[in-house]
Ligand binder design. Structure first.
Ligand SMILES: Cc1cc2nc3c(=O)[nH]c(=O)nc-3n(C[C@H](O)[C@H](O)[C@H](O)COP(=O)(O)O)c2cc1C
Ligand SMILES: C=C(O[C@@H]1CC(C(=O)O)=C[C@@H](OP(=O)(O)O)[C@H]1O)C(=O)O
Length: 389
């Protein structure tokens, strides 16, 4: 399976085309809209999220509630477009006062403005920021929602939550099951299951906002029900943990990734890291612990996948950072119109979608069938083979 995305942040719409989905997967726009709404929420978001009401319009590949096996195409409208028609239209530049005013010649440190301008030769760096904007993650979440639907049919669940914001970390022992985690995260304004930590996270966001600053954090994605042996050790580009790492770091502002104990492994003995193997008639091979986060040799172990990503603070700041105007080469202190001060809760939903996509892609790639019912039988057969192996 593969998908492409297109669309500018203040253009008419965002689009994705998903190719390679089996036929017979139940799918409605509502399945996608639920996740689009989850991505829009979260304490710390700016004014743009009050303008947008993200809804998917499916225009191809689905009939009477089921995928056809043909490419699925969908769009999400940018409501903000109505304010940008003159500036973002495809007609030649007007050179009128408003258009000139909206040209971007002052790059923001930490955003893609300057290097994107140098790379593509865009001296109006609006041409960079429109596409480098995380608005694009809207349709990544849409593709992820479709992937989650496929995984759910196969008994695989994916959930996400916020572990840390601005140095405030949730207690890691507080959730008992994936359902428990999901329920608590969905009820929290910062998508954190630990109420006490969530309160402190919101205070940290308020504090950063008051200072004209921004803060980042850590998100965690958990996936259960993957059969053992998805991915491969035989070649570097078939390792599924590596694909997940790529997917996480490809999210705007994500700078690091870890599995299971993650960087903590550097401080432990091998006996405190590797997960001992046990077998039972009912469950087959499992592990006493899950410190490796569900991967050995680039393949799923059958244990829950636990992957975390770190998001840097948002680069657009109300408190000015020094930069250089590319027209005058003079230093200036940036001023801005609007921005998120913290988007970690929204980004956790994006990370969930990114992980779901990679898992679904790996499953479809490995157990390929044009038909959903056959895919399900093949995956079930692999689980049974793994149990008795
Ligand atoms: C959900 C989400 C919302 C974001 N909102 C903003 C924002 O309002 N302002 C901003 O400057 N950056 C925002 N970012 C981060 C930038 O998109 C990102 O830093 C930029 O594309 C540069 O890429 P890099 O940080 O990966 O190098 C957001 C990121 C995500 C995931
Ligand atoms: C639009 C979204 O996020 C945007 C991501 C973003 C950036 O620079 O990444 C900048 C802001 O855009 P604007 O300048 O229009 O307010 C955010 O609102 C979204 O998440 O849907």
């Amino acid at each position: 399976m593969r998908y492409l995305t297109a669309g500018e942040s203040h253009g008419p719409a965002l689009t994705t085309i998903i190719e390679g989905l089996p036929a017979g997967l139940p799918l409605t726009a509502e399945d996608i809209n639920t996740d689009l709404a989850r991505r829009q929420k979260g304490y710390g978001r700016g004014r743009r999220m009050q303008i947008e009401k993200d809804r998917a319009v499916i225009s191809a590949g689905v009939r009477h509630g089921f995928t056809l096996g043909s490419p699925v195409a969908l769009t999400v409208e940018n409501k903000d477009w109505t304010h940008w028609t003159k500036i973002m239209g495809i007609e030649p530049r007007t050179e009128d006062a408003e258009e000139v005013k909206r040209r971007v010649t002052r790059p923001r440190p930490g955003h893609a403005d300057l290097v994107g301008g140098i790379k593509y030769g865009h001296r109006d760096m609006r041409n960079v920021l429109e596409r480098s904007s995380a608005r694009e993650t809207t349709v990544r979440v849409a593709a992820g929602a479709v992937a989650k639907k496929l995984l759910k049919e196969l008994g695989i669940e994916v959930a996400s939550h916020v572990l840390e914001i601005g140095g405030v970390r949730a207690e890691h022992t507080q959730y008992r099951s994936l359902e428990d985690l999901r329920e608590k995260a969905e009820a929290s304004p910062v998508r954190c299951y630990d109420d006490e930590a969530a309160q402190k996270m919101m205070e940290a966001i308020d504090e950063a906002k008051k200072k004209g600053d921004s803060i980042g954090g850590i998100v965690e994605v958990v996936a259960t029900g993957m059969p053992a042996g998805v991915g491969s050790y035989v070649h570097y580009d078939r390792k599924l943990d590596a694909k997940l790492a790529h997917a996480i770091v490809s999210i705007n502002a994500f700078k690091g990734v870890e599995f299971g104990l993650g960087f903590e492994m550097a401080h432990r003995f091998g006996s405190e890291v590797h997960d001992e193997i046990i077998w039972s008639e009912a469950e087959g091979y499992t592990r006493k612990t899950n410190r490796l986060g569900g991967f050995e040799g680039g393949m799923t172990t059958g244990m829950p996948i636990v992957v975390r990503g770190v998001m840097k603070p948002i680069p657009t700041l109300y408190k000015p950072l020094q930069s250089v105007d590319i027209e005058t080469k003079e230093p200036f202190a940036a001023s801005i119109e609007r921005s998120d001060s913290c988007a970690v809760p929204a980004a956790s939903v994006v990370a969930e979608a990114a992980v779901a996509w990679e898992l679904a892609e790996a499953i479809v790639g490995q157990f390929y069938s044009d038909r959903m019912d056959v895919l399900k039988q093949t995956v079930d057969a692999q689980r049974e083979y793994g149990r008795l192996f």
